[in-house]
Design a protein around this ligand. Structure first.
Ligand code: CA2
Length: 140
């Protein structure tokens, strides 16, 4: 079973800046610990700051992987192109946000991606990725 965690712009800075919003842990360190608890599956991770690269990755894996967990960062609130890519693929996609986007600025309240995802997990910190993973594992 193959599951991809796909992170968008600036999420490579986790743990380095803004710990009051995003916590102290880097994503690489979180991913290593997550992966160690799921040795029976192939858990993949890809991060890009580029919208096109995120779309290319969705196209690449979106017809053969079993699930995708996406945090598109600020593209969540702007990208019809990523929303279209999610709609075009057959792999189920769960949207995750580390912070509670509904408790933040108004421009973060809307997600173009959410209607094309099977569900969204917001505001539960990095643990949201694991909750999404648990959901996808039971789906397949
Ligand atoms: O809460 C989330 O997961 C977000 O997707 C994070 C995005 C933000 O634009 C979304 O509205 C909500 C921003 C990621 C930036 O991450 C940083 C981490 C450390 C330092 C600076 C930015």
């Amino acid at each position: 079973m193959d599951i991809l965690i796909l992170n968008g712009p600036n999420l490579n800075l986790l743990g380095k800046r803004e710990p009051s919003i995003y916590g102290h842990q880097s994503f690489d360190s979180y991913f290593d610990s997550l992966k160690s608890g799921y040795k029976e599956i192939q858990l993949h991770y890809y991060q890009s700051n580029s919208e096109g690269a995120l779309i290319d990755k969705l196209h690449e894996v979106g017809f053969n992987y079993d699930g995708i967990i996406i945090n598109a960062g600020a593209y969540t609130h702007t990208s019809i192109a990523i929303a279209d890519a999610i709609a075009a693929i057959s792999t189920p996609v769960v949207e995750v946000h580390i912070s509670n986007i509904h408790a933040r600025e108004k421009f973060r309240h809307h997600s173009f991606l959410a209607p094309n995802c099977v569900g969204s997990i917001v505001g539960l910190g990095l643990r949201g990725y694991q909750f999404a993973l648990e959901y996808l594992l039971k789906l397949t």
